[in-house]
Write a protein that binds this ligand. Structure first.
Ligand code: SAM
Length: 398
């Protein structure tokens, strides 16, 4: 299956989880849907945190009722966590639930309380020695079922679990949490520039996996100059290209389409940061966000920055700071900023240490009304003001 097909299937199921789930399952296929859903539960289960599984692997079958029958898929929690189609030779426990119900719980709006009709069949404990492995089974099943509920870890915790430096080396995650939390349950398209791991094709992807976990309904696209196809998984797509290449930047819109969140964690070289913003802010949907990380490099000569030419728009911070004037373009008097598309669609700019977050929307509130004085009032003028509120109270007889 091509990466695009896989990406299309998962996106179709995410969108259908709130709508015609049955039709989407028929289009994607019941077996493929089961594989995606069980895979997602395995991802969300953090099974590496259950001790002892490398000695005693645990197998859990899923019997997913659909169309008068059941699709069977199974998860194996051992040294690694895996999942496979079909029934296992022997299962320690079996989870029974409707395929459509599971789809709604996994890819629907995650405020749902989980599956109402989920049943667990435990294997029989034949002797007391089997009791300890039964506790393992319990812990594995408990964690697999957790993925159907609205239980969720915060972003700093997910950063630690996935080995991302977005908390601990940098302290971005609390800022992200503030801006991202209202979007968490939406079926988003997220693009992160810079996957990590540099020339090692198997390394990197820590933050892609963190975003996947934080946003349970999002499809995450990572972009890197190196081939990172080995890191693809359902809901994680990778694109190879050089962010210094204007033709590649221009092609990203076609490849990915409209975007809800862009996170620039790429080369951090000032000309690349500026070129990426120029090309990609336009691709962000209204209500979306554009984030630039590691802005310390804007002050470093080795990255095309400068600690002296701090307002030079050739540096990342020099360029981004100027956007604030565009944000306020409707307040300017003669000689102010002539608004371009960025100024007309920028609705917020938030600067933190080494991090900036920009809101996309419609920046056309109109200028302040003409009756608001354009020169500072004198004390006497302020004293002479008859405040409308008092008049109103007098009129209403209070
Ligand atoms: C800091 S790492 C990304 C880390 C990742 N976002 C995370 O938080 O886990 C930067 C990545 O950007 C990639 N990169 C550097 N220059 C690039 C360029 N010109 N175009 C595309 N990717 C580039 C590197 O290969 C590296 O993998």
């Amino acid at each position: 299956m091509t990466a695009n097909r896989a990406h299309h299937d998962v996106r179709a199921l995410i969108l259908a989880a709130e709508g015609d789930a049955e039709q989407a399952v028929r289009e994607v296929g019941a077996e493929r849907t089961a594989a995606l859903l069980v895979g997602e539960l395995v991802d969300r289960a953090d099974l590496d945190e259950v001790p002892g599984l490398d000695q005693t692997p645990i197998t859990v079958a899923f019997e997913l009722a659909f169309d008068g029958g059941a699709v069977v898929h199974h998860a194996v929690a051992g040294k690694t966590a895996e999942h496979h189609p079909g029934a296992p030779a022997a299962a320690h426990a079996t989870i029974e639930v409707g395929l459509l119900e599971l789809l709604r719980a996994v890819y629907g709006n995650w405020r749902a309380p989980g599956c109402q009709n989920l049943r667990i069949r435990w294997n029989d404990i034949e002797d007391i020695e089997a009791l300890s492995s039964s506790m393992h089974v319990f812990h594995v099943v408990q964690r697999l079922v957790r993925g159907t509920t609205d239980h969720r870890a915060d972003l700093s915790e997910l950063s630690l679990r996935n080995g991302s430096d977005k908390w601990g080396l940098h302290y971005y995650t609390p800022h992200y949490e503030r801006h991202f939390a209202p979007l968490r349950d939406r079926p988003l398209t997220i693009v992160e520039l810079g996957i990590g791991g540099y020339g090692d094709p198997a390394a990197g992807g820590a933050s892609l996996r963190m975003w996947k976990r934080y946003f349970p309904r999002a499809v995450i696209h990572g972009v890197d100059i190196f081939d990172k196809a080995a890191l693809r998984e359902p809901r994680i797509h990778t694109v190879r290209g050089d962010l210094s290449d204007p033709a590649f930047l221009a092609s990203l819109g076609e490849e990915i389409g409209p975007i809800d969140i862009v996170i620039d964690d790429g080369s951090h070289y000032c000309p690349d940061v500026v070129a990426a913003f120029r090309a990609m802010f336009a691709l962000v949907r209204p209500g979306g966000l554009y984030v630039v990380e590691d802005l310390q490099t804007s002050y470093w000569e080795g990255y095309g920055g400068s600690s002296v030419r701090r307002d030079d728009p050739a540096t990342s911070m020099g360029y981004l700071k100027k956007l604030v004037d565009g944000l306020a373009h409707e307040d300017h008097e003669a000689g102010g900023v002539e608004p371009d598309e960025t100024a007309r669609t920028l609705t917020g700019a938030h600067f933190y240490r080494s991090l900036a977050i920009f809101d996309k929307g419609v920046n056309q509130e109109g200028p302040s009304p003409s009756w608001i004085p354009r020169t500072r009032m004198t004390y006497d003028e302020m004293t002479a003001v008859e405040w409308g509120g008092d008049g109103l109270r007098a009129d209403s007889g209070e």
